[in-house]
Ligand binder design. Structure first.
Ligand code: PMP
Length: 284
C-alpha cells in the first residue's frame, strides 16, 4: 500500500504529492512544522504541539491554513488512510506560493499545508534507551529565533551529520561555552544533588513539548528542576545526562565527546523519567 500524504486539500499517494516550485517553504524555508507521535491511535502531547504550531505561525505572521478542529480531522484522516495506529506524523505549513521575492506575498495568499505519516516502532526507541546513546558537541551556529519551529534546519542537519559520522546519536550544540540544546532534541543533565538542569526557555532554544511534559513529570516525582544554562564541562562531569524530544521521549546519554557520563550506562533518574513520560503522554 503506498503511503498517502495530505497536500492542500487532497490525499494523494506520496509519489504524486508535491508542492509548487515557487512555494516559499522550498525557496526561503518560510515555513514551520510539527512532529507528533501517535501510540495506539492516540496523539501524544497533542495540545502542546497544536499550541506550538499556532505560536510559530503567529510569530512569523503566516496565516493558519485551517482552524484547530479542521486540522485535527486531517490528523485523524491521515492515520486512517495510511492504516496506522503507531505513527510519526509530520505537519508543515508554508507561507504559500508566489513569484520569488523576499518580501511577503500579497495578503490573502493561501498558506500550504502538508501532512504525512509513517510507522513508528516504540520497541526500537526502547531498545536504544536500554543501552543509552553517545553524543558529540558541535558549535551552535543557528539564527537568533530558534524558539520558532521553522524548517530552516541546515545548521541542525550539519550537526546531526557530524554526529552520525562520529558514530553518535545526537549533537549537543554549544554557544559561548554553554549547551543550548541538541540538533533535534532538548538537553538535560543531573547534578550531584540529583537536580535536573536544562536551558531555560528562550529565543536560543526550541521550547520542546516533551521538555514541558518531563518538567511536569519531575514535579510529580518531587525531582527538583533548575532551568539555567550549563557548560559543556558541567555536562561531561554530570551524574547523568539525557535528551528529550517527541520521537526520542527521554533518551539517556552515556557519553559526550567520548567522555563517559556517570557509570557509562543509563542512569536511574533518566530511566524513571522515561517511564513517567510514557505513562503521562499516553494518558493525554
Ligand atoms: N530542539 C530542537 C532543535 C528540535 O528540533 C526538537 C524536536 N523537534 C526539540 C528540541 C524537541 O521538541 P519536542 O519535544 O517538542 O519534540
Amino acid at each position: 500500500m503506498p503511503r498517502i500524504a495530505y497536500v492542500n486539500g487532497r490525499y494523494l499517494p506520496q509519489s504524486r504529492a508535491s508542492v509548487h516550485v515557487e512555494d516559499r517553504g522550498y525557496q526561503f524555508s518560510d515555513s514551520v512544522y510539527e512532529v507528533c507521535i501517535v501510540m495506539d491511535g492516540g496523539y501524544w502531547d497533542l495540545e502542546g504541539h497544536l499550541a506550538r504550531l499556532e505560536r510559530s505561525l503567529g510569530a512569523l505572521k503566516i496565516a493558519a491554513p485551517m482552524d484547530r478542529a479542521a486540522l485535527q480531522v486531517v490528523m485523524k484522516e491521515i492515520l486512517r488512510r495510511n492504516r496506522l495506529k503507531n505513527a510519526l506524523v509530520y505537519m508543515q505549513v508554508t507561507r504559500g506560493v508566489a513569484p520569488r521575492n523576499h518580501s511577503f506575498p500579497p495578503e490573502g495568499t493561501p498558506p500550504s499545508l502538508v501532512v504525512t505519516a509513517r510507522r513508528f516502532d516504540i520497541r526500537q526507541s526502547d531498545a536504544r534507551a536500554e543501552k543509552g546513546v553517545a553524543v558529540i558537541s558541535q558549535p551552535d551556529i543557528r539564527w537568533g529565533r530558534v524558539d520558532i519551529k521553522t524548517t530552516g534546519l541546515l545548521p541542525n542537519a550539519l550537526a546531526k551529520q557530524a554526529a552520525s559520522e562520529a558514530g553518535a546519536y545526537e549533537a549537543l550544540l554549544v554557544r559561548d561555552g554553554h549547551v543550548t540544546e541538541c540538533s533535534s532534541s532538548n538537553a538535560w543533565i543531573i547534578d550531584e544533588t540529583g537536580a535536573l538542569i536544562t536551558h531555560p526557555k528562550a529565543e536560543a532554544i526550541l521550547g520542546g513539548i516533551t521538555r514541558q511534559t518531563v518538567i511536569a513529570c519531575a514535579e510529580e516525582l518531587q525531582i527538583k528542576v533548575i532551568e539555567r544554562p550549563f557548560t559543556l564541562e558541567e555536562a561531561k562531569a554530570a551524574k547523568e545526562a539525557f535528551l528529550t524530544s517527541a520521537s526520542s521521549f527521554v533518551m539517556p546519554v552515556i557519553s559526550i565527546d567520548g567522555t563517559r557520563i556517570g557509570s557509562g550506562s543509563p542512569g536511574p533518574v533518566a530511566r524513571r523519567l522515561r517511564e513517567a513520560y510514557k505513562a503521562k503522554a499516553a494518558n493525554g
